[in-house]
Write a protein that binds this ligand. Sequence first.
Ligand code: PBG
Ligand code: ZN
Length: 327
Amino acid sequence: MQPAPFPLSRPRRLRRTRVLRELARETHLSRRDLVAPLFVKEGIDEPVPISSMPGHHQHTLESLRKEAAELAALGVPALLLFGVPAHKDAEGSQAWAPEGIVQQALRALTADLGDEVALVGDLCLCEYTDHGHCGLLQDGGAVANDATLQRYARIAVAQAEAGAAVIAPSGMMDGQVGAIRAALDDAGFADTAILAYAAKYASGLYGPFREAAEGAPRFGDRTGYQMDPANADEALREVALDVAEGADMVMVKPALAYLDVLWRVKQAFGLPTAAYHVSGEYAMVKAAAERGWVDGDRVMLEVLTGIRRAGADLVVTYFAREAAPLL
Ligand code: PBG
Ligand code: ZN
């Protein structure tokens, strides 16, 4: 871009009043950019507060329906659903069971809200396996890629049958998008979209989520399948693979520590691009605000705007509920 020296010689002209600042604003944050993650737990009678994520709960089906309706009424266009089953096993079979908790939730929300909101099913196994890894284990404890893909295919079909408009695979198995696309097409769900967690890093910022989803690995960590935080070129290769396999939208996760990656992904592919402002990022703002160390609302909007400015079309955020009325 060529600089325009004369008018820009006094940039403060456009900062003088609120309306002038609005006229000059480059990035717009709207409630329609937000995706709200929600947790639904099987076998509880009351919603359970998540202590490390103030304002969030593990929902019952009933409290989930109420929360979803309120978010829809606030104009939040999409909900990302995570399930916490009552029973876990080595395979994570509740993830694809027709009566699994997320399938129940998807059916209930489809009945309540129809196409008013896009229901997005997070597709992974870590909430459902007794060992807490995102896939099946092979001898020695490593996650078996291709055996896991078969289970992911089943989950995708189960979620689509239950009403998910979008399937969001988050397990970082190689080939997951292709396997899910093929399974959906074979089962008659050619119109079900895929939001690929394409560049998902092995991050310390997922801590509070693991309380919410009860999906912490019982041994080891996820560095064998999630990305090394030091790598950005590799993220572009990951996205390229997911696009080639049929991803309709791609995601970078977490958000703030990876804004360079987000920028490059949006520039390189031009696809609808989401950023996941994750649980630890939310918790940091909340904790500092609780102590009076930062102005929580102001930092919330600044952070979400920054993520948009870096190229995100959509921001998955636990702030959706609080931010929407301010936008
Ligand atoms: C699991 C999953 C995680 C998140 C979304 N899906 C945690 C992990 O990979 O350990 C993190 C979301 C958050 O921290 O808000 N596949
Ligand atoms: Zn997982």
